[in-house]
Design a protein around this ligand. Structure first.
Ligand code: SF4
Length: 78
């Protein structure tokens, strides 16, 4: 979605969904709130956090930090 309109699906972008709240890529247009990076935000959240979101970076980092000790303990058992 850009100021000129949407190039997706014949000019119909889908509006942002609840998890997009707080993301810097969501923008308010005359017809509602749209994502400037993804034409259909619900698809971006279908399989977990949106990879383009600007407000979830911390969560992703925390998940990675949690995984590392598990990997480390598995390595230690071998
Ligand atoms: S980048 Fe992702 S989280 Fe942000 S508004 Fe777009 S779809 Fe939503």
């Amino acid at each position: 979605m850009t100021a000129k309109g949407c190039s997706f699906n014949g000019g119909n972008c889908n509006q942002v969904i609840d998890p997009c709240k707080g993301c810097n890529r969501s923008k308010e247009y005359q017809s509602g709130w749209y994502c400037s990076a993804a034409p259909d935000p619900s698809v971006k959240w279908k399989y977990g956090n949106c990879n383009l979101a600007t407000h979830t970076t911390m969560t992703v980092k925390q998940e990675k930090a949690k995984l590392n000790p598990i990997k480390a303990s598995k390595r230690g058992n071998k």
